[in-house]
Ligand binder design. Structure first.
Ligand SMILES: [Zn+2]
Ligand SMILES: [Zn+2]
Length: 147
């Protein structure tokens, strides 16, 4: 099995464990999230799947994503712009974001635990997590600018 198939199977198993019914739409949305790796918006997912599910609305997609988020399968990413993007939760990773086209690419980097420890020490906060994003222009957008 390919990595994405294993991830899909594990995701479906954990849905079963939490008692969430697996509808064909939920199956398709999960599959799309795992295989696309593009951090899609609910609208992107809707557009990708509307041919397969003509009766599905963007609201349905969004509601299903919310179910996945509550179970802990997906993370909702908000970066201040209008529409939230969704990320299938694998391991912790950071994001580099194109400031021209909005593409989000994953990259791994050792967890910056010491930042959290330092913040807790200095402020007395009970620190739960941190978020770091890198911004720039993706390879396609940099090429376009050069022309
Ligand atoms: Zn770009
Ligand atoms: Zn990601």
């Amino acid at each position: 099995m390919a990595v994405s198939e294993v991830q899909l199977k594990e995701a479906l198993d954990s849905l079963k464990d939490t008692g969430v019914r697996i509808t064909p739409q939920r199956h398709a949305i999960l599959e799309y999230l795992i295989s696309s790796m593009s951090h899609p918006t609910a609208d992107d997912i809707y557009k990708a799947l509307e041919g397969k599910f003509p009766n599905m609305s963007v609201a349905t997609v969004y509601n299903n994503l919310r179910v996945f988020r509550e179970v802990g399968l997906v993370k909702e990413l908000t970066y201040g712009d209008s529409s939230a993007r969704f990320d299938f939760v694998t391991t912790n990773h950071y994001h580099v974001i194109c400031q021209t086209c909005g593409k989000i690419v994953d990259f791994d980097y050792p967890a910056l635990d010491e930042v959290e420890h330092f913040a807790a020490q200095v402020t007395g906060f009970n620190v739960s997590h941190h978020r770091m994003e890198i911004y720039g222009d993706c390879t396609e957008c940099s090429k376009k600018e050069a022309h």
